[in-house]
Every structure is written in structure tokens, then in C-alpha cells.
Design a protein around this ligand. Structure first.
Ligand SMILES: NC(=O)c1ccc[n+]([C@@H]2O[C@H](COP(=O)([O-])OP(=O)(O)OC[C@H]3O[C@@H](n4cnc5c(N)ncnc54)[C@H](O)[C@@H]3O)[C@@H](O)[C@H]2O)c1
Ligand SMILES: [Zn+2]
Length: 290
């Protein structure tokens, strides 16, 4: 199943064939793809029915299953069609993560790490102390990480369900990350890998534009390395990089608004000079195409 019209149509058609009425409850058992697709089907079938998220990837457990964003992709771009529709419940069973491929697991960790710099310095320090246990998929460490990530996301979403303001801080690393994903061709990097690189670039930009203590950059880089995430992006033409970020749907009226961190644990949305953004990109990218 992919996040596309044909999958959506198949689910809606099946529901109608089964004679499902407004009391039906859909269960989204799978990763973020299944969660977004099922959630969107639930949002529009008979103008909205209930659904439950049962996320089976780390990324889905700490990010996509919480917050009520649902949707599908169009050939023109990712997540262009969707709805806000909250699940009745999210049921995250840590045992299912045992079979997750290492690369997918690390990609999920990038979204876990994301919550530290933007919202919780203590959680960031906890991740530094517990990354080895997390890499070993230790149950106790995972429980703390998944719970804290969901708490932070739920609190931010509760304050701003429709992303009018503060919810945007959850996109830390995503402006750079989305540009990398699109520019390198979808599939070259997993989303979490692109976010890891994007977080380094956004942190670098925070150092250069807002005077953030550059020590945080080193701490973040070493945490990402321990999570087996990439810390040097493949080369992408700088002008194209900027152009892709301007096209990101989070860019307001042509100017790029970055999620930056003036101090560890706080985030703000801010424009920055292109020259500084290019320096931030270059600092964490390969210098030429391989
Ligand atoms: N709604 C939101 O707020 C939100 C937030 C972030 C991401 N997303 C969306 O989430 C999607 C990515 O989700 P994802 O990273 O979970 O990818 P995914 O759903 O594609 O799952 C990754 C892979 O892991 C496999 N898999 C799932 N669970 C497994 C398990 N327990 N063991 C072994 N293999 C397993 C899947 O079959 C798939 O091949 C994207 O479409 C993205 O747009 C949505
Ligand atoms: Zn993400």
C-alpha cells in the first residue's frame, strides 16, 4: 500500500462493499504510510469515522501516529492532499520494533532526537546517556524515549492543532531535509536521514544567525553518529537547494522561514539571509558530486 489515490480508493471501496456504516472503526496497523492513508480514509469515509493508530515503526510511534495529520501524496508532491483527523487512540507496542530494519530504526531515532533541541534539554541529555541502550533496542530505554517523544508532540499539538504557529517547531530540520529528499530524488535518503542532516544544517544556521553556542552542534553531531545516521549530505547544487526550500509548503510568501534554536530547548520560526543558509548547507555537505 502506498499513500496514493488507488490505495485510498481500494480502502473506501472495500468499506462500501462491506456495508460499513458510520459506526465502523478503522485500525491502522503499520508504519507512517499505513497510518496516514488509513487516517485519511477514516477522515472522509461517510464524512468521518473513528480510527485507531497501531504504529509499528519507531517513526510512526514517536511522530506520525500522534497529532491527527492524515493524507496522501500526489505525483506533484508529498502530502498535498489530506485532513486533520484525530485517532481515538494510539497503541504503540514496543515489541514489534524488534523486526524493524536497522536503517528504518535509525531514521526513527532522528525524529526522537528532534524533540530535544526544540523542546527539552533534559531529554537531549538523557538521549546522550542512553543512546547505546536505544541502539540495542533496550525495552526500558525505548519506553522512556517513545513516551517522552509522544508527550512533547501531544503537548505541542494540543497548543496548536492546525499548525498556525507553535506546531511548526516540530519541523526542526525539515526545511533543509525536505529539500534534500526532493533534490536527491525520493528514496535516496530515508525521511529520518534527511531530517538528521537538516537538523545539523538548522543548528549550524542557529549558531551563525542567532549566536547559539556552537558546542551544541558537536553534541548533536555525535548523537546522530551514535544513532548511525548520516552527518554529511551528498552534494546538491546550492541554488537548487535554496529553490527547493522556497517551494517547501512551509515557506510563507517566498521567504524561507527556518525553525531555529536560539538556545537548547527553545525554537523559533525565523527568516535568515541566504548567504548564511548556504554556509550552513556547505558545512554539512560533500563539496562535489561523487
Ligand atoms: N502524519 C504525520 O504527522 C506524519 C509525520 C511524519 C511522517 N509521516 C509520514 O510517515 C511516512 C513514513 O512512515 P515510516 O517511516 O513509518 O515508513 P513506512 O510506513 O514506509 O515503513 C517503513 C518500512 O518498514 C516496514 N515495517 C513497518 N513496521 C515494521 C516492523 N515492525 N518490522 C519490520 N518492518 C516494518 C514497512 O513495511 C516499510 O517497508 C511518510 O509517508 C511520511 O509522510 C506522517
Ligand atoms: Zn519528519
Amino acid at each position: 500500500m502506498a499513500k496514493e489515490w488507488s490505495s485510498l480508493q481500494a480502502i473506501l471501496g472495500k468499506l462500501a462493499d462491506l456495508g460499513a456504516d458510520r459506526d465502523v472503526v478503522l485500525f491502522a496497523l503499520g508504519g507512517g504510510v499505513i497510518g496516514d492513508l488509513t487516517g485519511f480514509a477514516a477522515a472522509i469515509y461517510m464524512r468521518g469515522v473513528c480510527f485507531v493508530q497501531v504504529p509499528t515503526t519507531l517513526l510512526a510511534q514517536v511522530d506520525s501516529s500522534v497529532g491527527g495529520k492524515t493524507g496522501i501524496n500526489l505525483p506533484q508532491g508529498k502530502n498535498l492532499v489530506g485532513a486533520f483527523h484525530q485517532p481515538q487512540a494510539v497503541w504503540a507496542d514496543l515489541d514489534v520494533l524488534g523486526t524493524l530494519p536497522a536503517r528504518e530504526y535509525s531514521a526513527g531515532l532522528a525524529e526522537v532526537i528532534k524533540y530535544g533541541p526544540v523542546a527539552d534539554p533534559a531529554f537531549f541529555a538523557w538521549l546522550e546517556r542512553n543512546m547505546d541502550a536505544l541502539m540495542a533496542r533496550d525495552h526500558t530505554a525505548l519506553m522512556t524515549a517513545v513516551r517522552r517523544a509522544c508527550e512533547i508532540k501531544a503537548a505541542v499539538v494540543a497548543a496548536d492543532e492546525r499548525e498556525g504557529g507553535v506546531r511548526a517547531i516540530l519541523n526542526f530540520g525539515h526545511t533543509f531535509g525536505h529539500a534534500l529528499e526532493a533534490g536527491l530524488g525520493y528514496g535516496a535518503l530515508l525521511h529520518g536521514e534527511a531530517v538528521a542532516l537538516g537538523m545539523l544544517m538548522a543548528t549550524e544556521l542557529s549558531v551563525r544567525a542567532l549566536g547559539l553556542d556552537s558546542q551544541l552542534l558537536q553534541r548533536l553531531k555525535s548523537l546522530l553518529e551514535r544513532a548511525q545516521l548520516p552527518v554529511r549530505a551528498p552534494y546538491l547544487d546550492p541554488e537548487r537547494f535554496l529553490q527547493l526550500m522556497r517551494g517547501d509548503k512551509k515557506a510563507a510568501a517566498g521567504s524561507i522561514r527556518y525553525v531555529l534554536i536560539p538556545v537548547l530547548g527553545q525554537a523559533c520560526l525565523q527568516v535568515a539571509p541566504d548567504a548564511l543558509a548556504l554556509e550552513a548547507i556547505a558545512s554539512h555537505s560533500a563539496s562535489v558530486t561523487k
